[in-house]
Structures are given as structure tokens and as C-alpha cells.
Ligand binder design. Structure first.
Ligand SMILES: [Zn+2]
Length: 133
């Protein structure tokens, strides 16, 4: 626990706002990513119990191909973004959202508005970028 009483935390209201934003963003991306799965998912559209035939079908189609396809999407920008949003949600759950992972300072709300999944404050982020990578 910090010695000083200075509370470096986003207001609950703000967090709620970002959470909604993140969830909406996440849904949008998932829907977008879901497009690749559409043709395959048609086979499993039936009942809940069709998971079995689903995987059989997958085997027919070639899981390798699907894996590659999936990895491709996860490696894409959207995929990275999705991951950052997921992690942001985790941080919300832990009450750590909005804090810079490096210097523990609050990330500006303006920045979070643009990059809801931001993990670093501007200062740390640009430090990283200068370091290359
Ligand atoms: Zn920082």
C-alpha cells in the first residue's frame, strides 16, 4: 500500500464508462473476427449438442487451416487490439484500470478515450518507442 494517501485511481463512474466502451469495442471486433468462422460455424448452428459434429467437421475441413486462419487474425491489428481490451477488462476487475503499468501514474482520460486498452502513460509509452520496438 502506498504511504501517501493520494489516491491514484479512476473514479468509479469513469471506469464504468470505459468498461462499457471496451465491451462495445470488443463486441465489434469479435463480430468482425467472427466473419472468418461463418462458413464453418454453419455446421454447428444447430443444437448445443452439435459440438461433436462440429469438431468432426473441422477435422474434415482441416484444422490446420483454421488454426492458421485464427492465428492470422489474432496476429492482426484487430487481434492485438482485442487482446489489449481483454486485458483492460481484467485490470478493471482488479481495480487497476487506468494506471500505467510502469510508473503507476494515472493514464490520462483523453488517452484512454482513444486507446481504451492502454497500459502505459504517454511518457512511458514514448520512452518505449524511443528504445525501439
Ligand atoms: Zn508511465
Amino acid at each position: 500500500m502506498p504511504a501517501k494517501k493520494k489516491k491514484k485511481k479512476l473514479k468509479k463512474k469513469e471506469i464504468e464508462r470505459f468498461k462499457k466502451k471496451i465491451l462495445a469495442e470488443r463486441e465489434r471486433i469479435l463480430r468482425e473476427l467472427g466473419r472468418i468462422g461463418e462458413s464453418i460455424n454453419q455446421a454447428s448452428e444447430g443444437s448445443e449438442g452439435s459440438k461433436q459434429s462440429y469438431s468432426n467437421h473441422m477435422a474434415d475441413l482441416g484444422t490446420d487451416y483454421m488454426e492458421k486462419e485464427k492465428n492470422y487474425y489474432y496476429a492482426s491489428q484487430e487481434g492485438h487490439y482485442l487482446k489489449s481490451l481483454d486485458q483492460a477488462l481484467e485490470r478493471i476487475e482488479r481495480g487497476e484500470y487506468g494506471k500505467c503499468l510502469e510508473c503507476d501514474d494515472l493514464i490520462s482520460l483523453k488517452r484512454l478515450d482513444v486507446v481504451p486498452g492502454a497500459k502505459l502513460c504517454i511518457a512511458c509509452k514514448s520512452k518505449h518507442e524511443k528504445r525501439g520496438r
